[in-house]
Every structure is written in structure tokens, then in C-alpha cells.
Design a protein around this ligand. Sequence first.
Ligand code: G
Ligand code: G
Ligand code: MN
Ligand code: NA
Length: 253
Amino acid sequence: RTAELDLRRALAAGEFELFYQPVIALPDRRVGGMEALLRWRHPEKGIVPPDGFVPLAEEIGLLIPLGEWVLRRACADAMTWPAPLKVAVNLSPAQFASRGLVQAVAGALEASGLEAGRLELEITETVMLQDNQATLATLERLRALGVRIAMDDFGTGYSSLSYLQKFRFDKVKIDRSFTSGLGASRESQVIIDAVTSLCEGLAMVTTAEGVETEAQMEALCRSGCREAQGFLFSRPRPAAEVPAMLASLRDQA
Ligand code: G
Ligand code: G
Ligand code: MN
Ligand code: NA
């Protein structure tokens, strides 16, 4: 199939790249880190987001090598940023379940020289659906490396609260479907307040995703949410633009 050949060629040709979106600490609005978001710079189609190739990559067994490339690239990029800045990498369920994951993470840290505490791995609730010892063992082995573990898209899964009981995540990223209602619906505010105080009690940092307005930002600060991420601060931008993003966010803080 041509799509399959195109994807295989792309990895060899170096057409994948990482965009970065800043994660902002509240209430002082300092940049705490960057989330790596994979893009395919296709010679004809232009920038393709992950939804356009991750499913096929998984089907043809390319997601594991691609994921390893992402880990290495993200750690190497973070080494060029001011020291306390963290980098967050998304792991797909298939990548999480793969045999070589812990080795790949350790390898990326070693090759780059990045301090483990500056790397954060984002997993989705789908990973926790695999309610077995292997999942927890992998999480513990990753934690033993010193990396941080975040639950992504929190609140959209089947049994969100139970996942918080199974593993002590370092961070919970509240799905943007909850953030979007802030300011407009009382329900959204109540949910954000409750998740924030729940996570606070469990010593987990909360990050609100998809923050697009100043009003949402203020509501988050009132709820005690610790971090925010979204178009209000910056869209995901190419790695080369990270220094400019940092400078412009510093001016706004
Ligand atoms: O960047 P964008 O909003 O298009 O991301 C869409 C989805 O793709 C998000 O769910 C995000 O977590 C996922 N994604 C982004 N980068 C990566 C990556 O490097 N690996 C994996 N597995 N998923 C990613
Ligand atoms: O699932 P994950 O949180 O990794 O997805 C990140 C995706 O969310 C990226 O594709 C990014 O482009 C998108 N995103 C980031 N900030 C915003 C925002 O403020 N609004 C919307 N609609 N999407 C956002
Ligand atoms: Mn994410
Ligand atoms: Na998310």
C-alpha cells in the first residue's frame, strides 16, 4: 500500500518532527515545561498531525521505532533549554505495552544526558484499562528511573477515579472538554474545583489543558489549579521556535 510505504520512507527520510507547547505554572505564569507533539512534515501534504498517521504506524509496527525516536529527540531538545524546564512525551497504549519501553526511556536519558526528573511521560486512561500487574510493574520501573508520570486527558475514560487509586501519578492533566466550559457553565467550574482539590489531597499536580481565554485562566487560578496549557499561551510550535516562545512568555508573565 502506498500509504504504508510513504510512512516507512518518512521515518528513514527524517520527515517527522516535534512541535512544542508550553506548560504554564499558576498563578505566577512562569513556563514550567514543554509538551512534545509529533508532526509529520509531508513533502506534499504539509504538516500532518498524529491522528493522520499514528493509527497506520501502529498497524504496521512502526509506532515503536517512531516512539523511540520521539523519546530521544525530546530529551536531546530539552538539553538545549534552560535547566529546570521539563519535557513531556506522550506514550500510546501500544508503546506503553511494548517490551522495550523502559529500556528505550533509559536509553534516551543516557544518550542525551538529561536529568530523569526533567522528563515526564504522559499516558492515557486507556493504558490503565489494562488492569493487570504488568501495567503497574511498568509504571514502577519507569518511576524507578526517576522520570515523572502524568495521566493525560483525565476524566474522559471509563473509570477515571479508580486509576488514581491504583497508581500515584505525579500529575493529572484535566481534559480540555472540562476547561472549555469554564466561565460559561457552573458544572465545569465545580468539576475543575473538585478534581483540583482531589489531586491536591493525593499530592498530584493538576494541569488544565485547552486554556483559550483569560476568563478560563482566572477561574483556574481561583480553583487552585497548578498549571495551564493551551492556545491562550501558545499553540504548539516547531522546536526551533522554543527560545522565542520562552522570551515572549517571559514578557507576558
Ligand atoms: O498535537 P495534537 O493536538 O494534534 O495531538 C493529537 C493527539 O496525538 C493527542 O492525543 C496527543 O497526545 C497525541 N500525540 C502527540 N504527539 C504524540 C507522540 O509523540 N506520540 C504519541 N503516541 N501520541 C502523540
Ligand atoms: O491528548 P493531548 O493532550 O496530548 O493532546 C494535545 C492536543 O491538544 C494537541 O494536538 C494540541 O494541538 C491540542 N491543544 C493544545 N492546546 C489547545 C487549546 O487551547 N485548544 C484546543 N482546541 N486544542 C488544544
Ligand atoms: Mn498530552
Ligand atoms: Na491531553
